[in-house]
Design a protein around this ligand. Structure first.
Ligand SMILES: Nc1nc2c(ncn2[C@@H]2O[C@H](COP(=O)(O)OP(=O)(O)OP(=O)(O)O)[C@@H](O)[C@H]2O)c(=O)[nH]1
Ligand SMILES: [Mg+2]
Length: 254
């Protein structure tokens, strides 16, 4: 995973400035809500989806990253987000990326049919959404990756192999002490097959700048440098060369 500064002002050698990424995320605006895939508009710009179990903290994470209190609906009642909600990002009114807040899965109180319907919608979304550029899987480190998270990983694996960016966030890290957080990180890294895993806390703002930078980088991929062939010295020119219990709501953020 790169955190290159190539698309931020400055030279490739300068450290990325998280203020640029956070300023960009702060431009987030509600775009649309869709109960099913067919209701989602076709979008050309990169889309970054937030997925995970109910109550994992997806909507709160979006609010924290965008520094807006009520952009996405967060609630201590699991199952709060019931449709795919899109938020557009971009300075000067020019949308250059979209965030997608997806309903959570795994909440026991949801009726069977609703669960099944939602699994279908999400499976379709993850497999067929053309502009999907990255998936952020949020997971409560006290639970680790559950069976449903593993199923999701299997669903997106072929797309990850094809270049889909992927990050696991262990949310609510404020609920663990340092030792337990480090242990959880190690276990989930193994479960995620070496994928990128980070600790995150909306309450303590842990990992916010780093994740913001990832989102920026995914939405503004580095242009591939054009390869200029080396001039061949005249003398060599013709020689051959080789080469589940709900959590309490968070206090309002400042
Ligand atoms: N302590 C703590 N609580 C958090 C954090 N992030 C979210 N929460 C709480 O966890 C609960 C669920 O948060 P949501 O953001 O609504 O979770 P969600 O994943 O969007 O849930 P669904 O929409 O049901 O899928 C809320 O009570 C939040 O205040 C965090 O970093 N630390
Ligand atoms: Mg939600």
């Amino acid at each position: 995973m790169t955190t290159s500064a190539s698309s931020t002002p400055g030279t490739a050698a300068t450290k990325p400035d998280p203020k640029i990424a956070l300023g960009w995320l702060h431009t987030a605006k509600f775009l649309t809500t869709a109960p099913e895939l067919k209701h989602l508009p076709r979008i050309e710009v990169p889309e970054i989806a937030f997925v995970g179990r109910s109550n994992a903290g997806k909507s709160t994470c979006i609010n924290t990253l965008t520094q807006q209190h009520r952009l996405a609906f967060a609630s201590k009642t699991p199952g709060r987000t019931q449709s795919i909600n899109l938020f557009s990002l971009g300075k000067q009114g020019i949308t250059d990326a979209v965030l997608a807040d997806l309903p959570g899965y795994g909440y026991a109180a949801v009726p069977k049919e609703a669960k099944y319907r939602w699994q279908q919608v999400m499976g379709n979304y993850l497999q067929t959404r053309d502009n999907l550029q990255a998936v952020v899987l949020l997971c409560d480190p006290r639970l680790g990756l559950t069976e449903l998270d593993e199923i999701l990983l299997d669903v997106i694996r072929p797309r990850v192999e094809d270049g889909l960016k992927f990050l696991v966030l262990l949310t609510k890290s404020d609920k663990l002490n340092k030792t337990d957080a480090a242990k959880a990180l190690q276990i989930v890294k193994l479960q995620a097959g070496g994928g990128d895993v980070k600790l995150f806390s909306s309450l303590k703002r842990q990992g916010v700048e780093e994740v913001a930078q990832h989102l920026w980088d995914w939405a503004h991929p580095k242009e591939k440098p054009v390869k200029v062939p080396k001039p061949v010295p005249a003398s060599e020119a013709d020689t051959e060369s080789a080469s589940e219990a709900p959590d309490a709501p968070l206090p309002e953020q400042p």
